[in-house]
Design a protein around this ligand. Structure first.
Ligand SMILES: [Zn+2]
Ligand SMILES: [Zn+2]
Length: 410
């Protein structure tokens, strides 16, 4: 999955020289799935340039796109009347939104093209347009699963999470921290995301003073969520119209002090989200950025206490290891348990005794259903776990006199 940013500014377009590096167009993201499916998040003024680019790319071929709007504030819909592919016969557009305050998608989109605001109305558009209010239930577009959650914003707004091609991106803009329900919503939808795009319009100081109640957030809050949700990369988005390039540069520098993998969205930026093995984000809490990780495919032995109170032991496949965590694929039954023991045997001889297994105590930090095509993983559980502490040599590697801690289940 690849993302391209066509508009990253918040509130109003800012076509000024001092903003030229980050760009002055308002919110618009293009997502291309590996199979070519086109998804568009928000239709701010950046949509205009995206439309021109699509016409260059597709020529006389038909364009189909799936559009998702976070809400209907101007900076998220104002590109629609200037999106040329909408006027062309044969093109098909599927608009989606989550109705939060009883606003209807079609009339909200059409309303801005009504008299006296615009010279022509939507009826002159030759394309076929469909409108869907999807609620907050997950929907599928090609191989992408798109989920949403409600944010804290005047007239409402929603965040979207796009899971596709073995990666995940979360787009959470136009939201203000301080409402426990919505604060929790953002953390939940961001959990373990590869890319976390977040409303960083204000500084914390502005947010606590003159900008309180305007429905936006800060990079400080974004970093906090990024750490709590264990995301891979944090992206500052919805830049304030009064923040020029130098301002935004300095916000990124500050954000990196607390979350090294931070960047600010810029117009024209392309972010490719690599596929993982197996499908699903590999995240081990917030520690994953501080530690070197090794992509491997290695059998490990896992033991855990079942709900019935017996110990169960299984050989699992580990795919990603760092000093502090591990990602492995386990049988679905493991879902019940949080703490487990992991016997790790390096695939080489250690010392004169040959191979040695070391036992660790681990704690599950995230579970996900694995849908990858790798053999034997379908229907199983992806487990991201934190290594709590090493427990010394594994039972098997101990001398025969020591009592094994774990017995295989009969
Ligand atoms: Zn906005
Ligand atoms: Zn807004």
């Amino acid at each position: 999955m690849t993302l391209k940013f066509w508009g990253v500014r918040g509130s109003t377009p800012t076509p000024e020289r001092r903003n030229s590096r980050y760009g002055g167009n308002t919110a618009c993201l293009e997502i291309r799935l590996n199979d070519g499916t086109l998804i568009i998040l928000d239709c701010g003024s950046g949509l205009r340039a995206l439309g021109k680019s699509l016409i260059r790319e597709f020529g006389a071929q038909q364009i189909t796109a799936f559009l998702f709007l976070t809400h209907f504030h101007w900076d998220h819909i104002q590109g629609i009347p200037f999106f040329l592919p909408l006027y062309r016969k044969g093109n098909r557009f599927f608009f989606h939104s989550v109705s939060t305050k009883g606003l209807e998608l079609e009339s909200a989109v059409e309303g801005q093209m009504a008299s006296p605001y615009f010279p022509v109305d939507m009826s002159i558009m030759g394309s076929v347009r469909s409108f869907y209010d999807i609620g907050t239930s997950a929907i599928t577009v090609s191989n992408a699963v798109i989920t949403s959650t409600v944010l804290n914003h005047p007239q409402g707004s929603v965040a979207y999470r796009v899971e596709a091609d073995g990666g995940s991106a979360v787009y959470a803009t136009d939201t203000e921290p301080g409402s426990p329900l919505h604060d929790q919503n953002v953390r939940k939808i961001a959990r373990g995301a590869d890319l976390f795009i977040y409303d960083s319009q204000y500084t914390l100081e502005q947010l606590q003073n003159e900008k309180k109640g305007w429905g936006h957030s800060s990079w400080e809050e974004g970093v906090k969520i990024a750490l709590e949700a264990g995301v891979r990369q944090f992206m500052l988005f919805h830049h304030d119209p009064d923040h020029d390039d130098a301002n935004i540069d300095s916000l990124v520098v500050q954000a990196r002090e607390r979350f090294p993998n931070s960047i600010a969205a810029a117009e024209g930026m392309v972010v490719e989200i690599p596929q993982r093995t197996p499908r699903g984000a590999v995240t081990v809490g917030s520690e994953r950025r501080q530690d070197e990780r090794y992509a491997i495919s290695l059998p490990m032995k896992v033991a855990w206490m079942t709900r019935a109170g017996s110990l169960r032991e299984e050989v699992v496949q580990a795919y990603n290891v760092s000093r502090k965590g591990v990602y492995f694929v386990a049988p679905a039954e493991m879902a019940a348990e949080k703490v487990f023991y992991l016997d790790f045997t390096p695939p080489w001889d250690v010392g004169p005794a040959g191979r040695v297994s070391i036992r660790f105590q681990g704690e599950v930090v995230r579970l996900e259903n694995v849908t990858g095509k790798e053999e034997g993983v379908a229907g199983k559980l992806g487990v991201a776990a934190r290594i709590v502490k090493p427990l010394g040599p594994a039972a098997r590697a101990r001398s025969t006199r020591s009592k094994p801690r774990i017995r295989r289940k009969k």
